[in-house]
Structure formats: structure tokens, C-alpha cells
Design a protein around this ligand. Structure first.
Ligand SMILES: [Zn+2]
Length: 167
């Protein structure tokens, strides 16, 4: 009886932790970032006007719609200030991005699928379903392939020019 209760307590604790983890992933994904690129800029100003200018400069509404929507929501609800929410999003993103590097390394050693990965196409965090799944969706996969092909092409063109080989 006691064991049974303990188990369901543990299960509900695990569920809560999973929900929290999913929420953190969602928050971090408001600012997608490809692996190996710089973290989002720090806000060093004070006033809300300065913060608005900072946002317009670094996170234009057209490109970062979900981030801006959530910061607007924070401003209206007044539970957490937009600056606090922005800092939390950056912090949790930094932690999760760092964690994916460790997860990837361990998963590779054990020949397993890591629990969390950074999409090679869009920079969002996602839960891969196979160990060789490197992008969060098909669209990102083809984006990566096109970019690689272009890179290769440029590399060959550059080499050809350097070697003076006529086309
Ligand atoms: Zn993606």
C-alpha cells in the first residue's frame, strides 16, 4: 500500500518535471540559436523605453513574433516584468544548449538517441525520435541539405579560381 502510494507520488513528480522541462524548452525556443553561435545579447539598460529599443534592434517583431508576443503578455499581466522574462528565456536557453552538448556526447558513447538536441536547420531545441534525427522537421532537413550543397559548390568554385583552372 505504502509502496503503491510512493510510486504514484514519484510518477506525478516525474510528470511535473516533464511538464516543467517542456515549458522551459518552449520558452528557450522563442530565441532559436544554431549550435556554436553566440548567445542572445544581454540587456544592460534600465528603462522600459531602452528595453523596447533593445528589442526592436535585436529581435524585430517580424522575425521573433512569438518572443515579442510573450514579452507583451508579461507587460500586461505584471507578474513578471518583460526584462525578467527575457533574462529567464536567455538563461534557460543557455543552460539547455549547454546540456545538449553533454547529452549528445553521452548518447554517442552509448550509441543511443539523446533526450534533447538543437535542430541543425533552425536552432530550436527538440526531442529527437531517432539517434540520427538532426533536425526538428522535414523542412529544416531540406534547408540544411541545400545550405551544405551551396557551401560545397562555393568551396569548389573558390578552389578552381585559386588554381587558375579555366571553366
Ligand atoms: Zn528545425
Amino acid at each position: 500500500m505504502v509502496q503503491k502510494r510512493n510510486r504514484s507520488e514519484i510518477e506525478s513528480w516525474i510528470e511535473t518535471e516533464i511538464d516543467r522541462g517542456n515549458l522551459d524548452i518552449k520558452l528557450a525556443n522563442h530565441v532559436p540559436r544554431l549550435r556554436g553561435t553566440a548567445p542572445p545579447p544581454e540587456f544592460l539598460g534600465k528603462t522600459s523605453d531602452e528595453f523596447d529599443a533593445f528589442l526592436d534592434r535585436n529581435f524585430p517583431r517580424r522575425k521573433f513574433a512569438s518572443l515579442r508576443r510573450n514579452l507583451d503578455k508579461a507587460a500586461r499581466r505584471k507578474v513578471i516584468t518583460p526584462v525578467q522574462l527575457y533574462r529567464y528565456i536567455v538563461e534557460i536557453g543557455n543552460l539547455l544548449h549547454a546540456a545538449t552538448i553533454t547529452m549528445d556526447a553521452f548518447a554517442r558513447l552509448q550509441n543511443k538517441c539523446p533526450p534533447l538536441r538543437v535542430c541543425a536547420g533552425c536552432g530550436r531545441l527538440f526531442v529527437p525520435s531517432r539517434k540520427d534525427q538532426m533536425t526538428c522537421m522535414k523542412k529544416c532537413g531540406s534547408r540544411v541539405r541545400v545550405a551544405r550543397r551551396r557551401e560545397k559548390q562555393e568551396y569548389y568554385e573558390e578552389n578552381r579560381k585559386l588554381q587558375g583552372v579555366p571553366r
